[in-house]
Design a protein around this ligand. Sequence first.
Ligand code: MG
Length: 160
Amino acid sequence: MSLRIGHAIDAHRLASGRPLMLGGVEVPSERGLAGHSDGDAAAHALCDACLGAAGLGTMGDRFPSGDERWRGVAGREFLARVARLLEEGGARLLSAQVALVCSEPRLAAHLQAMGEAMSVALGVPAGTVTVTVTSGDGLDAAGRGEGITASAVALLELRS
Ligand code: MG
């Protein structure tokens, strides 16, 4: 057995007329994340952190945005697919944290639900995935409310 850490970042713009899907849950908001899929930056960052730690490539390799198969696909679905890849690759997710930069809407009341939804999608025990948020203090595009940035760290155990 060996332990591996993965770290990844994703960001999507906020746009009017879309539901805000983040961390596998819908958050009440006048704007949602734009993207070829549902734009769930938290799920995407977590997928990439898991794939990277396991040496299984990237979201871009596995689910290219130019491929119509992945149009509108939910973050939870990507997490479920990553969970199968981890299993096939002899990897097990022990712990993960997603840190969000988001000035609006306020996400504090939704963080626990996001962690639970992403844990369920990955097929790991509740509490395995946790989520935090910072407002970004107006300092960058996410801090100014133009989008949402997600950074994820994952700790995996590899059978080998
Ligand atoms: Mg993405």
